[in-house]
Write a protein that binds this ligand. Structure first.
Ligand code: GH3
Ligand code: MG
Length: 311
């Protein structure tokens, strides 16, 4: 994602130094510009951080067909969102349809009319910004402004695969508000929403280690992923989250558990090594955390229950 204060970065790919100089001169004032004279270097630069926000590509590079390079960028998960604009001389017979088919968003013909080239590049950068923003919002829960369930599914998938590679444990924690229905019924849906926002914020503040992740899983259910955390560490964090919710002291006179809003937590710690576990699906992992939560509810709420999948 681009922050607004960051200058956009453009990658120019052309096998002639003069062409590169020309384009560099044009964009240097507005953007950060890097250049590559070979397809290999272009692919490498496109993949390395900070990634370019846009690639200007001379189609007739002799070594590797420009269409192929464009297609390679579009087939790579890490580069496929970078818009590619082809640059071509009028005298060269450019197959525009083939260019678009390989994933380009536009093409520019030489000789350039500089203001037009600039305007087109600015337009595509603006579109990319909007696309990035849209993508960010698609993974954020609108009420609590923390990641949503879709993001959770993705992250769990990545972390579980990482755990399998590294052999590190992975803990999953599911918490749910106790007696939230009577809270809503008595204080109103608006107060309920406000309560969920406060809970999300308080729980997020407990998570300090990089990689720790929280999402709103459903109505009043939240998921926390704790990479590298064993059962003991995860229990400590679960306790901290529960304490943080208690500390909010949100009055709940209609809860038989306590005079303020409380949560129940289900916890599961996975070790990727034991046979069988490495093949567990996301759904199975969530199911384990859900079972633990159900046990916490059944045991009286406002508590943490842990399930040991190895037992
Ligand atoms: P338990 O302790 O067993 O979890 O009881 P509960 O009352 O919390 O559980 P139940 O499933 O009966 O009720 C959940 C309530 O959560 C009902 C629903 O109105 C409320 N809820 C779910 N999503 C939202 C939301 O986005 N905003 C508000 N205000 N309330 C919500
Ligand atoms: Mg509940």
């Amino acid at each position: 994602m681009n922050s607004p204060e960051r200058r956009h970065k453009i990658l120019i790919v052309d096998d002639t130094k003069e062409n590169i100089e020309l384009l560099m001169e044009l964009f240097r004032g507005d953007y950060r510009v890097s250049a590559a004279t070979t397809p290999e270097r272009a692919l490498k630069l496109a993949r390395s951080e900070p990634q370019p926000d846009l690639v200007l590509f001379d189609i007739l590079m002799p070594v590797m067909d420009g269409y192929q390079v464009c297609a390679a960028l579009k087939n790579d998960e890490t580069t496929k969102r970078i818009p590619v604009i082809f640059v071509t001389a009028v005298s060269e017979v450019m197959d525009a349809a083939k260019g678009f088919a390989s994933g380009a968003v536009d093409y520019i013909t030489k000789p350039f009319h500089p203001p037009v080239v600039k305007a087109r590049v600015a337009l595509h950068l603006d579109l990319k910004n909007k696309y990035d923003l849209l993508e960010t919002y698609a993974f954020i829960d609108a009420l609590t402004e923390i990641p949503n369930r879709r993001r959770f599914e993705q992250t769990l998938d990545e972390e579980w695969r990482r755990a399998q590679r590294t052999g590190q444990p992975l803990s999953l924690l599911l918490f749910d508000v106790d007696h939230f229905k009577p809270f809503n019924d008595n204080y109103g849906h608006g107060k309920g929403d406000q309560c969920l926002r406060q809970l999300a914020h308080a729980a997020s503040n407990v998570l300090r280690r990089s990689g720790d992740f929280i999402a709103r899983y459903g109505g009043e259910e939240f998921m926390v992923i704790l990479p590298h955390a064993d059962a003991e560490q995860a229990t400590g964090i679960a306790q901290d989250i529960s304490d943080a919710v208690d500390a909010l002291a949100i009055v709940h006179e209609h809860s038989p558990v306590d005079a303020h809003v409380t949560i129940s937590i289900g916890l599961v710690t996975l070790h990727p090594h034991p046979p069988g576990q490495s093949s567990l699906t996301n759904a199975a992992l969530v199911e384990l955390a859900d079972r633990a939560l159900y046990a916490a509810k059944g045991a009286g709420r406002h508590r943490i229950e842990r399930i040991d999948p190895d037992a």
